[in-house]
Design a protein around this ligand. Structure first.
Ligand code: 9WO
Length: 227
């Protein structure tokens, strides 16, 4: 079973998102383990639980101190008895792709470090981070949304997590094609009918139509995927 540990200043934010829907259900079923840790709990400052300070060299804002993050990491190593693969979510990382999600699924224990403010003291990154991952070329206010996107994309690939198992074998970006359009009841809605072929019950024709739609869509919306 894959285990995710998320180190963040906002564990409730991660817990709220990852406690719902398909991922939440998979956790309750014991198909994956996700633990959210509050970095503030590991502050050496007993009074104010301080976790950040102003940057050496000057400049605006605050930088996360190394010690609380290091202690959080050590605690996870201690309680799990294993050394996790550590990922730092940052705009400077390699972009997350479906291929990358498939690779991460093979790693039994992932530790996701979410930075905040103007960044994290470089020394703790040097000490524990194995790889830096970005979810896209934009800047967020912290790594949490990135961590949640990463967990979602990896967790759904784990056995038993998706309601129908073969689901992820034929979806967007897996075979380099976009998905065909989907329809459900009613047959006619706002004067628009479901394509006749889907009502025909002719499975070979349906399969051919869906393949054509996939290719057509990919050419129109994402020609880059065909190359
Ligand atoms: C803000 C800032 C302000 C003044 C000078 C330097 C500064 N650096 C930053 C900054 O990059 N803050 C980051 C906020 C620190 C690490 C966590 N943060 C973050 C992660 N923003 N965006 C991401 C992210 C993560 C994954 N994929 C895309 C974006």
């Amino acid at each position: 079973m894959i285990r995710f540990d998320i180190a963040t200043l906002f564990p409730e934010m991660c817990e709220a998102v990852l406690g719902e829907s398909i991922i939440g259900r998979a956790r309750k079923k014991g198909l994956l383990e996700i633990r959210c840790h509050n970095i503030r709990d590991y502050s050496p400052d007993p009074k104010h639980h301080r976790v950040d300070d102003s940057p050496y060299g000057g400049g605006k804002g605050m930088v996360m101190q190394p010690e609380p993050i290091w202690q959080c990491y050590l605690d996870v190593v201690r309680q799990s008895g294993s050394k996790p693969h550590v990922i730092y979510l940052s705009p400077q990382g390699k972009t997350l792709t479906q291929q990358k999600a498939l690779e991460l699924r093979e790693i039994p224990h992932l530790f996701l470090l979410c930075g905040h403010y103007e960044g994290v003291d470089e020394r703790v990154l040097e000490k524990i981070v194995d790889e830096e991952i970005s979810i896209g070329d934009y800047v967020l206010t912290g790594g949490e949304l990135g961590a949640m996107v990463l967990v979602d994309s990896v967790a759904r690939l784990c056995p038993g997590v998706l309601p129908s198992e073969e689901c992820y074998e034929n979806e967007s970006h897996m075979n380099g094609l976009l998905e065909y359009p989907q329809y459900t009841r009613p047959e006619e809605w706002e004067g628009m009918r479901v394509p006749e072929v889907l009502l025909s019950g002719h499975h070979a024709n349906i399969e051919r139509w869906r393949m054509e739609q996939s290719v057509e869509r990919t050419m129109k919306k994402r020609p880059d995927l065909l190359k």
